[in-house]
Structures are given as C-alpha cells and as structure tokens.
Write a protein that binds this ligand. Structure first.
Ligand code: SF4
Ligand code: SF4
Length: 221
C-alpha cells in the first residue's frame, strides 16, 4: 500500500509518496490552518480513464492544480466535508474513482463557485464537483448524502413544473419523502408569517419552453 502526503500551507503543494499500513485520519481544520500533511492512502483501485472523464465533463485541466489550498480555504462547507476539495482533485488525478464518487464532499458542495473564483490556475472546482455528482448518479454509486440528492430532485421537479421554484412545495415534498415532519417547523412558520414563502406557485408564461429544455437536457445526457 502507498501513502501520498500533500504538504498544505504553501503554494508548491509538495508531495511525498511513502509505503504505509494504515489510514491517517484527515483533520480538515488542522490542514486549513496550514503546515499539516494531508495523507492519501492509495488503494489497489486505479482507474486510468477517470481523470480524463472528469476533465472533459468539467472542462478543467486538473493537472494544473498545485494544491495551494485556496479552494479549500475559501469553501464555506469545508469543515463539514469528509475530504477537502483539493484532496478530491488529487484523488481524481490518482484514479481513485470509487473513493471519490462515494464521498460526502461532492454532495455537501452547494456550487457557490467561491473555489472556482479563487483558483490561481483556473481549475473550475464547482464544475468538477458537478461532474462527479453526475458520474455518481450515472454509475449508480451509493450516494453518501441521499437527502441532499432528494432535495436537488425536488428543486428540479419544481422548475420543470412551473419554470420557477415554489419553495413551500419543495420543502413539503422534501419533508414528506424524508418522513421528517416537525424539524424546521418553527422556521417555516416564521418565514410564512414574514411572507418569505408563497402559498401558491408562481409560473412562467411559456412552460412548454421549459419542458423542451428538460427534454433536450435528457437527450444530451
Ligand atoms: S484547485 Fe486551484 S485553488 Fe484548489 S488547490 Fe488546486 S490550484 Fe489551488
Ligand atoms: S462550489 Fe462547492 S467546493 Fe467550491 S467553495 Fe462552493 S461549496 Fe465549496
């Protein structure tokens, strides 16, 4: 088994490749503070085509990443991720397909684009995360955060029906599917009382055009 250490905290992304026997636990907070080695244990799994596939789908050149940590440092959800965004890139480069597709990080990413804007090498991390989510669904990998995927689906359903999002309906459908009826009830009532949630959906005039876009997207995928 091979261990790869990525030295974090400078702009050179020094890597050490060492033989080891056990997985070192990653501590995102320590790594983000700098000066700590992030360790990747190489598994026998290695998919030579994976990096190319992700590069093509995200239109990003991953070999330009020098692990400067700008993306991970700016990510508002980094503390909750099971691996930092730059680590995801490294593991894609190493062909660790299953590990990457089954991680929580790709589902906790909200696509805010902060990382993509901060990358000095124009790696579009948000697009990489999007590509990884698409591959995970296509390849029927066990989704690490099924509730997040379920929420995404409710949002897409709403857009396909109305051409816009109807937040109240999205939340109700989501809560129903998760059988979680009472959490966030206070927040929902507060939002309703402040008229932040519409009772009735607002619809675009030409919903057929929206349907056509969905049909086209299905044909292209
Ligand atoms: S993707 Fe960009 S910002 Fe992130 S570590 Fe690599 S070079 Fe730095
Ligand atoms: S796009 Fe995703 S990975 Fe990038 S900063 Fe936003 S949440 Fe983090």
């Amino acid at each position: 088994m091979i261990r790869i250490d990525i030295y974090q905290g400078n702009s050179h992304g020094l890597c050490h490749i060492l033989p080891v026997s056990s997985q070192k636990k990653t501590d995102n907070q320590k790594i983000l503070k700098g000066g700590t080695m992030d360790t990747i244990i190489l598994t026998p799994e290695s998919n030579d085509h994976f990096a190319g596939m992700v590069e093509e789908m995200s239109r990003s050149n991953l070999s330009r990443c020098w692990h400067c940590l700008c993306c991970s440092g700016g990510c508002p959800f980094a503390q909750d991720m099971d691996m930092l965004p730059n680590r995801v890139i490294r593991m894609v480069q190493l062909g660790m397909k299953h590990r990457v597709l089954s991680c929580s990080t790709i589902w906790l990413c909200v696509g805010c684009n902060t990382c993509s804007m901060e990358c000095p090498n124009a790696v579009d991390m948000a697009a990489v995360m999007d590509a990884l989510r698409r591959i995970a669904i296509q390849e029927k990998v066990k989704i690490a955060e099924p509730a997040v995927l379920s929420f995404h689906q409710k949002v897409i359903d709403s857009i396909s029906r109305y051409g816009r999002t109807h937040k109240l309906e999205i939340m109700m459908r989501y809560k129903l599917s998760e059988k979680d009826f009472f959490s966030d009830m206070d927040l929902g009532l507060k939002m309703l009382s402040k008229r932040k949630l519409d009772l009735m959906p607002s619809k675009v005039k030409d919903r057929q055009q929206v349907q056509d876009l969905f049909t086209l997207a299905k044909e292209l995928s």
